[in-house]
Design a binder for this molecule. Structure first.
Ligand code: PMP
Length: 429
């Protein structure tokens, strides 16, 4: 049998750091990444055939668990019809319609292949529509690795301690203003000074790239008010939260708390592709008509709207739009974090948790953080020990304390109970 360690050694010879996306390398927590050989339902198996309860779910897409029969069938059927045509298909329309049906702020969408591409394109469109250059993002929020957005971007970058990335010229980020998450005063000051130069504000309203931090209602309210007043577009990055925290994404959660609330544009990924490379950005017809071929803002993609990816996304959406899906998923997620919190109490270790829909976070701290600095002040050593304790006991959590976790519809009560038992042992061990 080939071990994880042997594979990691081989991988490092031919792939930088042995991985194709940095957080997979276990750099934050140390140790050997698990090389996954197969997955089914709530479980993944590594190269050594060890089984884990999976709370990463491909970093969000696998909301139904792995290999859901309806999704498998749709993908297999699509494969037989051809992998890619580079020409329009009916399935792209169906997927666009399915997204729009759930998100009232979105009248049109363009499909792309990754969240990075979607965020980058939304940004270009916002700048094209407003004719302005400046953009606002918040510390700890990640919007993909487009140059202009790669500033103080949480998660993978936080892990490596890079406030930004080498290879991004200062000129490219000179228009990117980075503000503190949940800081209303700073937002007001920034808009008072430069509001009429700001093209857009991009926000992870339930931020999953600094573990799990909610934007406060006063913060989102003020953001909406200032963007409207100054003609800046408010872009909700729902790559992680879209169809994950609720069918209508984080914006539907805030629309319940702030009457009439809507962002101007939205960015989606992960769940809408069900595990295939698929993402989207959208907004009002007025904004979207500025995109090529109708308007002057260029954007394109050889594999955009790929027929296999759209089949996978559509089959996934068909399952998650069934009545009661999110209620059941939210109940499982609550049970998962309650288990972690109870294990903490029983072991005498301070842990705080939060969750929404099928997304969760937990911190080794006494109170929930409200911004990136507060996340950074939580107990990292304790997290790293806990991560390995859980991994040893067959529970696969995100390998960094800056990442949110995900529960799928395939997780059973027995999985949740096993997770709690593992947590108690890991905390006591
Ligand atoms: N935005 C957010 C909120 C994300 O969490 C991510 C990926 N984790 C992205 C954008 C980028 O998506 P991708 O990795 O598909 O490029």
């Amino acid at each position: 049998m080939t071990t994880n360690e042997q594979l990691f050694a081989r991988a490092q010879a031919v792939i930088p750091g042995g991985v194709n996306s940095p957080v997979r390398a276990f750099r934050a927590v140390g140790g050997t990444p698990r090389f996954i050989s197969r997955a089914h339902g709530a479980y993944i198996w590594d190269a050594e055939d060890k089984r884990y309860i999976d709370y990463i779910g491909s970093w969000g897409p696998m909301i139904l668990g792995h290999g859901h029969p309806a999704v498998l069938e749709a993908v297999q059927k699509a494969l037989l019809e051809g992998f890619s045509y580079g020409a329009p298909t009916a399935r792209e329309i169906e997927l666009a319609e399915a997204i729009i049906a759930q998100v009232p702020s979105v009248e049109q969408v363009r499909l792309v292949s990754s969240g990075t591409e979607a965020g980058m394109s939304a940004l270009r469109l916002a700048r094209g529509v407003t004719g302005r250059s400046k953009i606002v993002k918040f510390e700890g929020c990640y919007h993909g690795h487009a140059d202009a957005l790669l500033v103080k971007a949480g998660s993978g970058l936080a892990t490596f301690g890079h406030p930004t990335s080498a290879g991004v010229p200062a000129e490219v980020v000179q228009h990117t203003l980075v503000l503190e998450y949940n800081n209303v005063e700073q937002l007001e000051e920034t808009f008072a000074a430069q509001g009429d130069e700001i093209a857009c504000v991009m926000l992870e309203a339930i931020a999953g790239n600094m573990n799990f931090v909610r934007a406060s209602v006063p913060f989102v309210t003020k953001l909406r008010e200032l963007c409207s007043k100054h003609g800046a577009l408010l872009i909700f990055d729902e790559v992680m939260t879209g169809f994950r925290v609720a069918l209508g994404g984080a914006q539907s959660v805030y629309a319940k708390l702030i009457p009439g609330f809507k962002p101007d544009m939205s960015v989606f990924g992960k769940v809408i592709g069900g595990g295939m490379p698929l993402a989207a950005f959208g907004g009002s017809r007025e904004v979207m008509k500025q995109l090529a071929p109708l308007g002057p803002v260029y954007q394109a993609g050889t594999l955009s709207g790929n027929p296999v990816a759209t089949a996978c996304g559509l089959a996934t959406l068909a399952e998650i739009t069934k009545p009661g899906f999110y209620e059941a998923l939210a109940a499982k997620t609550q049970k998962m974090v309650q288990g972690i919190a109870e294990a903490g109490r029983e072991a005498g270790v301070p842990i705080v948790t939060d969750c929404e829909g099928g997304m969760f976070g937990f911190f080794f701290a006494n109170a929930l953080p409200h911004n990136y600095n507060e996340v950074m002040a939580t107990d990292k050593e304790r997290f790293n020990r806990f991560f390995h304790g859980m991994l040893d006991r067959g529970v696969y959590l995100a390998p960094a304390m800056y990442e949110a976790g995900f529960v799928s519809a395939a997780h059973t009560d027995a999985d949740l109970a096993a997770t709690k038992a593992a947590a108690l042992e890991a905390l006591r061990g």
